[in-house]
Design a protein around this ligand. Structure first.
Ligand SMILES: [Mg+2]
Length: 308
């Protein structure tokens, strides 16, 4: 029918294809700096995406920058490591803007979980390709996390691993500091409320994962994903600290749940109580204390991920 064809052609002509506009925020203390970001920007600009970088004003954090500039942008690109993504999370949830990840950190565990390249220019290609996926976030006492939240050994590790050690030693820094903390680790008692039950445990560390990778080469659970609607809980209930050395290969692969001295389960909500308040580490930063109420926030944000 010629009439219909005519209408369609007119409709197409009237559709104005607006240029996409990305807001770029970069952690100024990122391990890999300006050269990597320039390469990533180049890829996006060549793909026809307008990129505007905004920096924090005095007293502002990454989330504030995103909130202040949300209007007029189609998505946010965050340049940094897992700590930077964690800092951006509240603003991403509030504004609903999709997230493009430009990995500039030491470990880039979240990027690895969703298959984004650690190479900033390649990560930019993923953003330019435009495939979005709903991604879950974990939440503990109102603090969001991408990868994992831990109480015990890991929380102490983050406290002791200074920015200086991270920059100087990279992944090796984790190993050195971890060995030092192992030597003085003690078990503690915790009550774990989940799925209608309460378990009393003696543990060295409790972790609650949203994604798969954390801590620069560790794995929460080998099949865990950041979009399965589940939290993966595990607790290291070892008799001696040196048991952890035997468990280490499994902790890296995410198969530790098979051992007798590791308690592991999946859930959507769990509360951990201890006799004295203990720090909770979320994606490498101390953010809250026990009692710690964890819950999953299914598909809380949209993230550009590689196709296929
Ligand atoms: Mg999950």
């Amino acid at each position: 029918m010629p009439g219909t064809e005519n209408k369609t052609a007119k409709g197409k002509a009237a559709t104005h294809v607006r240029q996409k506009h990305a807001l770029l925020v970069v952690n100024p203390r990122a391990r890999r700096g300006t050269g990597s970001i320039a390469a990533a920007r180049d890829v996006l600009e060549k793909a026809g995406i307008r990129v505007t970088e905004e920096k924090p004003a005095a007293g502002e954090n990454i989330a504030d920058v995103i909130r202040r500039n949300a209007e007029g942008h189609d998505f946010v690109m965050v340049g940094g490591g897992d700590g930077t993504l964690n800092a951006a999370a509240p603003a991403l949830v509030e504004t609903g803007l999709p997230l493009g990840v430009i990995p500039l950190g030491t470990a880039n565990d979240f990027a690895r979980t969703v298959g984004i390249s650690a190479e900033p220019a390649k990560a930019a290609e993923t953003i330019a390709a435009g495939k979005l996926q709903g991604i879950d976030l974990g939440e503990v006492n109102g603090h969001l996390f991408f990868n994992v939240a831990s109480i015990g050994f890991s929380a102490e590790l983050a406290q002791d691993l200074t920015e200086h050690a991270k920059k100087r030693w990279g992944t090796l820094g984790y190993a050195i500091v971890a060995a030092r903390i192992l030597m003085r680790s003690r078990l503690f008692t915790a009550f774990v409320d989940h799925d209608g039950t309460t378990e009393k445990i003696r543990t060295m560390q409790v972790s609650v994962g949203n994604g798969r990778h954390y801590g620069g080469g560790m794995t929460v659970e080998e099949t865990a994903t950041a979009d399965d609607g589940r939290l993966d809980f595990y607790s290291l209930e070892v008799d001696h600290w040196w048991r952890l050395l035997a468990l280490l290969p499994s902790l890296r692969k995410g198969t530790h749940g098979r051992w007798d001295d590791v308690r592991a389960f999946q859930t959507t909500e769990v509360t951990i109580r201890t006799s004295k308040p203990r720090p909770v580490n979320t994606d490498g930063e101390l953010s809250t204390y026990t009692p710690a109420h964890f819950r999953i926030r299914p598909k809380a944000i949209k993230v550009f991920v590689p196709a296929g």
